[in-house]
Design a protein around this ligand. Structure first.
Ligand SMILES: [Zn+2]
Ligand SMILES: [Zn+2]
Length: 81
């Protein structure tokens, strides 16, 4: 993703950090969400389990985190207007 596009994302006040909750033990981890790739595996430092994203979900953030990933956030922003 280009710097310009990244600045545009910032202007739209998207969340790039979120809290992911482990589905195994409930441990909460603050994670930075990358904008250029989808994160499909979450490694929990609490129980050491790996959580894979469901086929119906976009990424671990959309499935387990407080916020959807930046890409989905942007889609919903645009859907509202
Ligand atoms: Zn865990
Ligand atoms: Zn997502």
């Amino acid at each position: 993703m280009s710097e310009k596009l990244f600045a545009q994302h910032k202007a739209e006040r998207l969340q790039f950090r979120t809290v992911v909750q482990c589905p195994h033990c409930g441990f909460k981890v603050t994670e930075k969400m990358p904008v250029s790739r989808k994160v499909v595996v979450f490694h929990c430092p609490g129980c050491n389990e790996y959580s894979h994203v469901s086929e119906s979900e976009c990424c671990i953030f959309c499935q387990y985190a407080r916020h959807a990933c930046p890409e989905k956030q942007q889609q919903s922003l645009h859907a509202e207007t």
